[in-house]
Every structure is written in C-alpha cells, then in structure tokens.
Write a protein that binds this ligand. Structure first.
Ligand code: KIV
Ligand code: ZN
Length: 518
C-alpha cells in the first residue's frame, strides 16, 4: 500500500470567465454572484470572475464579486498591456485575496499572424506585464497563450522570465485543445526540469476539450508535477469547452492511489453546483455525462443490478451520495412550509434573501395547488423564473391563442412594464407559438432571429412544469431566455420574453468577437 502523502492540487475555476465565453452562456450580474457563491460553497480555491477590460458589465461583475464574495481568491484576467492590467487591478481592489492573471500568446502561429511580434518582444512584453501587475498585488498568474503549441525552448525561456519578473503561478494553456496526454505531460516535465526558477511558482494547466482530452491532459500534467488545474463546472467554455471540474476532481479523489493528489472540493456539492450552472446558463447537461449526468449512476443491465445488490463495488467506483445525488428528489407538497422550501433551495445551491424567499414561496404555493408533488427541478425552475422576472423590464401578464391545422393562428398578449399594461392581437405565423412571438415583438419593438427553441419537462409526471429555453440572435449577438410554467405555451412565451428583455438590457454574448488581440 502506498504511503505517499497526497499533494494539494489547487482548483482554479473559470466558469465565470472562460465558461461564460461559450456562445449563449452569458450571465447577468446577479447570476454571476450566485454562481460565485456556489463555487465558494463547493470549495474552489480560485474563482476567475471575469475579464474586466472586456466590457463595463464584465468589470462590474468582477468588482462586485471581489467586494462581496469571501472564501476564495478572486482573479481577474488581463492581456499583457497597461490598460488591461490597471482595469483588472481596479476591479479587484476590494478583494482580500486577489490575483491578476496576465496572458500573452507565445506560439509561432500567434506570434506571426496575430501579434506580429518577435520572440524578444514577447519576452519583454511578458516581463513588463507581470511587473506592472506585481505593482498591484503579490499573487500573479502568467499564461503563455497557446503554450501547448509553443516551441519548448522558447516556452521555457518565457516561463523563466515571467517567474523572475514576479509571477507566482505559471499557467500552460492548451488553448486550442491540440495536446495529447503523454505529450502534454512531457511539456510539464520539461518545464520542471529545465526552468531553473520553476520552484518559485506553481505550475498550472488550462486545457480545452476540442479533442475530448481536456481532463486526460490535465491529469497527465498533475502526474508530471502540475499543482493547479483550471476547469469549469460542466466543462463549459470556448468551443468544446474546458476541463470539467467535476470529472477532474473525482478522478483525483477516486484514483488518489495513482495521482497522489487531493483537493479542497466538497464533493457532495458537485451535483447541486452543476444543476445551478446548468439552469442559469441554459446549457443542458447530457444524461450520460460522467459524475453529474442523470444516468451517471443508473445501472440498467440485469447482470449489473444483480452484482450491485450483492456488493456495490462490483460495478460502482464512486457512491452517488459522494457527488451529491440524493436517494430521492421528491421533496415538498402543498403543506410544506417556508423553512422546508428555504432548506431545499439552499441544498440546490441558491442563497435566497428573506425577500426573495417570500416571493418564491408565494409562487411555490400557487404551484402546489396545481401540482401534487414538487420536485427539486420544480424549485430550481421557480427560483430561476423569479430571478428572470426580478430583472426583466417587460413582464408577462396573460395570453390567449386560437389555432387550428391549416388556419392562420391568432394570439392576444398582455405584457406590463412598470405600471403600464400593453395588449396586442396578431393574426400571423405558422402556429400558436409563432403568433405569440410576433405579439411579443410588436409590443416590445424588438425583432430577433430564433436560433434555438426547446421545451422540456422540468421534472417527471403528466403535471410536470414545462421548461422552455430560447436562443435569439440580435445584432450578431446571442441572447438566451428561459421560462417555466405548467402551461407549455406560457413557458415558451416567457422564455422568448426573457430573451427579448436581455436584448433590451444589452446582456448578450458576442458571437465572433473576443478582445484577445494585444
Ligand atoms: O485558453 C486560453 O489560452 C485562455 C487563456 C486566457 C488562459 O483561456
Ligand atoms: Zn481558455
């Protein structure tokens, strides 16, 4: 039996920065604060809260998280230039534990085509950036962007210079998800062997999942001495996403015998945090996703079930309760009180103020009159619907539709804005929903293109709430909306209206733009 003392691996979560860069996954300020608090409850060490220079909204969310969230280091991203670094420092000013994360691309392809800079210029810029950031705080991370495709000699040179300039963490991004485990592990090993001052910094890894190897690459890096893993909840992130936090953490824990690594993650919070992020971003978790997917612990084959009944470990390497699956999610009913609701909301990862709880409880009572059994999914949907309503300028009041096969549908819709109520009747569209969407456009004056539209049941049973997700494109930006109701037409209308409200508030996700030039 191994007697090696496990090494502490730092978990750096970038759901709010790289994760938020997934198309359609942008979050508003309140949602980001909610996710940041859930990450603290989960036990992550570092929260990358955003990219302050990217937009006033990004700046404000990093500033608010730095001001209010306690229990983790709060990090802000900056390109290697004075303006970005100053802005990141300003956003992080009120965080008791802050980190500035400075990045600059180093691979030949980025040097030549994106930056048009020589190797010498890159090193000089990296050193200047790290030094400027060090003027604001002691905790500095430097990332040579596209490190996995950078010539190893040059990578060693840049990393050495960044550490000498004051970087305390050096992150080795596989920006385009090109690396393979043995090769990426060898890069980490080379840095450890060849960079003379490497012991003065933590080696971090940041892997994208374009080839489905982000978790495997991160683990290979740990095997070779990396001390920090950058990851996201549900593996959200640019394109195919980043290393999934829940997968990499459970791999380290389940195979501690092999990796000899340990984290501070409170693993029973994994499923609630995954659900929270999924319901906020509208990014559905695939059923068979490792660790947090609905089927991750479902044994279907008779031979497996038989083995499980005899001895769980025949077919189970982790216990569902270790990652936060409860035996049953049937929770509340008509007679349940406010305290029971508060308790379930907390278990699901929501921190509600007394006022928010009152509002959700009122909706809960209405729902309990329509539906006998209230499941976790219903509670999450109620809270999300209330959150949407709380910030939306236009509120849904009521609708009426008349539709039949082969006939033009007609919809009458009433919306309110403050004390004003507006009503419209339209006769157009391909069906009742299309007619309602036209009605929303007429009242709000916002016309957008539907990129995605889904209705699914929030829970099980015939009386389940309909949970609708809409993605609209407006001015080359994607806007997501969500709506729930026991009436699926109303759920769809609410989702559409929620997305339109986001357009009105300007909270979108640029589709092709990202401020990643120098
Ligand atoms: O993928 C990447 O290279 C990044 C850097 C900013 C760390 O996200
Ligand atoms: Zn990235």
């Amino acid at each position: 039996m191994s007697t090696t003392v496990p090494r502490r691996i730092v978990i750096f979560d970038t759901t709010l920065r790289d994760g938020e860069q997934s198309p359609g996954c942008s979050m508003n300020l309140e949602e980001k604060l909610e996710v940041a608090q859930a990450l603290v409850d989960l036990g992550v060490d570092v929260i990358e809260a955003g990219f302050p220079i990217a937009s006033p909204g990004d700046f404000e969310s990093v500033r608010r998280i730095a001001q209010t969230v306690r229990g983790a280091t709060i990090c802000g991203l900056a390109r290697c230039n004075d303006k970005d670094i100053d802005r990141a420092a300003e956003a992080l000013r009120e965080a008791p534990n802050a980190r500035i994360h400075v990045f600059l691309a180093t691979s030949a392809i980025h040097r030549e085509f994106k930056l048009r800079m020589t190797k010498e210029e890159i090193v000089a810029r990296a050193v200047a950036g790290v030094k400027r950031a060090r003027g604001y705080c002691d905790n500095i991370e430097f990332s040579p962007e596209d490190a996995a495709r950078t010539e190893i000699d040059f990578l060693c040179e840049v990393v050495e210079a960044a550490i000498a300039a004051g970087a305390t963490t050096v992150n080795i991004p596989d920006t385009v998800g090109y690396a393979t485990p043995a090769q990426y592990g060898a890069v980490i090993k080379a840095l450890r062997n060849r960079v003379p001052n490497i012991d003065r910094a933590v080696i971090s890894v940041h892997c994208h999942n374009d080839l489905g190897l982000a978790v495997a690459n991160s683990l290979a890096a740990v095997e070779n001495g990396a001390g920090q893993i950058e990851c996201t909840i549900n593996g959200l992130g640019e394109r195919a996403g980043n290393c999934s936090l829940e997968e990499v953490v459970m791999a380290l824990r389940t195979r501690q015998d092999y990796y000899h690594g340990t984290t501070r993650i409170n693993t029973p919070r994994l499923v609630p945090t995954s659900r929270l992020v999924s319901s906020i971003t509208g990014m559905v978790v695939q059923r068979n996703k490792a660790i947090v997917g609905r089927n991750a612990f479902a044994h279907e084959a008779g031979i497996h079930q038989d083995g499980m009944l005899k001895e769980r470990s025949t077919y189970e390497i982790m216990r569902p309760e270790d990652v936060g699956f409860t035996q049953t999610d049937l929770v509340l009913g008509k007679h349940s009180g406010r305290a029971a609701l508060a308790d379930r909301a907390m278990a699901l990862g929501y921190h509600l103020t007394a006022e928010q709880l009152d509002a959700v409880f009122a909706e809960f009572k209405k729902l309990a009159d329509k539906k006998k059994e209230i499941y976790d999914g219903d509670i999450a949907a109620l809270i999300e619907q209330r959150n949407a309503d709380a910030f939306d300028e236009w509120q849904f009041v009521s609708y009426r539709v008349a539709a039949a096969s082969g006939e033009t549908p007609s919809a009458t819709l009433i919306l309110s804005r403050g004390t004003e109520q507006r009503s419209v009747t339209v006769s157009q569209g391909d069906g009742p929903l299309d007619a309602l969407f036209h009605a929303i456009e007429q009242i709000t004056g916002v016309t957008a293109v539907v990129r995605d539209f889904r209705v699914q049941s929030a829970t099980r049973g015939k009386d389940a709430q309909g949970d609708s997700l809409v993605e609209l494109e407006y001015n080359r930006q994607l806007y997501r909306g969500r709506g729930t109701s026991t009436d699926t037409i109303e759920a769809a209308a609410r989702a559409y209206l929620n997305a339109v409200n986001r357009i009105a508030a300007g909270a979108g996700q640029p589709m092709h733009e990202r401020p990643d030039q120098v």
